[in-house]
Design a protein around this ligand. Structure first.
Ligand code: TYM
Length: 337
């Protein structure tokens, strides 16, 4: 954010304000954001416009944006070292999405896995925003000319579309956008539900015992982990035919920095009860400081508001630079004096 930042690579990512962050959001996203903000010029967005694609309550959306920012800060995100912004507060994201949409084949959007999943789930309230969602996400990325986009595995297809759209724009109107690279963590890229380990951990899991929230109390975390689905075979091993155990091992590994082999060796010949207890200990120890910082931050609402205001202003400055070029290149008339 100082002069030195001009030579740093630019990182952009965002997450929907879904209220409470779960361990998938933490390991697949926020934990890496904190690390990246030490070395890169980082823009982290709260994607409230994306959250409007399924039925929602406006007052809750506002509260969730604030709450999300507080949770990011509790996870260690320092607003002095990155720009934490609200997507709807930065003018330009929706404008560029329109332009990119005019370059995007309809079939490409209809093929998006996440669209197909969500369209099935919300078939009674299917709006075009849900289909258009990846174009807005492409705009979020390209408008910052981001070099790197840290995301979990589930967003990879959206980043590929973003790259296609950048290429199309650059070919049609001359080189403008940087080609963004996805940055997918080796560990924690896909944290699965504890109750149905074939689906990813998510806030909308009908069985909430499958989702570990970063602000869950130690008792709740332990209860959920102890009742996690495993298998009848026994043996703490990481393999495709043991999705439940493998998921717990991955969680333990990414929170403690340990390899799968060392976990396997430690629990050789021991039962799942012992193993789950150890996983619970690691999760509780890792999340305890987050939970206590969250309580402190919630008591000081103005610190969160100040962080969002400053971050959104910085984001707007960068977006303005891109959009003035884009508007000229696509042929918009400039009537400003
Ligand atoms: P969202 O809000 O669903 O998720 C935020 C981030 O968390 C990751 N994630 C997971 N990682 C591992 N295991 C899981 N179970 C898990 N669940 C979620 C996601 O991969 C993501 O990195 N469309 C995006 C938000 C977005 C965005 C962007 C992202 C809007 N604009 C621009 C990057 C760049 C989304 O809905 O993420």
């Amino acid at each position: 954010m100082n002069e030195e930042s001009q030579n740093k690579k630019v990182v952009l990512t965002a997450a929907q304000p879904t209220g409470r962050l779960h361990l998938g959001n933490y390991l697949g996203a926020v934990k890496n954001w904190v690390e990246m903000s030490q070395d890169y010029e980082c823009y982290f967005g709260i994607a409230d416009m994306h959250a409007m694609t399924i039925p929602y309550v406006p007052a809750e959306l506002r509260k969730n944006v604030y709450d999300c920012a507080a949770q990011y800060m509790a996870c260690g995100l320092d607003p002095q070292k990155c720009s934490l912004f609200v997507q709807s507060g930065v003018y330009g994201h929706a404008d560029l999405a329109w332009i990119l949409g005019c370059l995007c084949p309809l079939g490409a959007l209809e093929r998006m896995t996440q669209y197909k999943d969500k369209a099935r789930k919300h078939s009674d309230a299917l709006n075009s925003g849900l289909l258009y969602y990846p174009v807005l996400m492409a705009s979020d990325i390209l408008i910052y000319n981001a070099d790197l986009v840290p995301v979990g595995e589930d967003q990879k297809q959206h980043i590929e579309l973003t790259r296609d759209l950048a290429q199309k724009f650059n070919n049609a109107f001359s080189p403008t956008f940087t080609m963004p690279e996805p940055f997918i963590p080796v560990a924690g890229a896909r944290v699965m539900s504890l109750q149905s380990p074939d689906s990813k951990m998510s806030k909308s899991d009908p069985n909430q015992n499958g989702t570990l929230y970063i602000t869950d109390s130690p008792d709740v975390l332990r209860k959920k982990i102890m009742s996690a689905v495993t298998d009848s075979e026994g043996g703490v091993r990481c393999s495709k035919d043991k999705p439940g155990v493998s998921n717990l091992m991955q969680i333990m590994g990414s929170l403690s920095g340990r390899s799968m082999e060392s976990i396997e060796a430690e629990f050789e010949g021991r039962g799942y009860g012992d193993f789950k207890k150890a996983v619970a200990d690691v999760v509780i120890a890792a999340l305890e400081p987050v939970r206590s910082r969250y309580a402190e931050i919630c008591a000081d609402k103005s610190a969160v508001e100040d962080a969002l205001r400053a971050g959104t202003e910085r984001a707007q400055r960068r977006v303005n630079r891109t959009m003035s070029k884009v508007r000229r290149k696509v042929g918009y008339l400039d009537l400003r004096k």
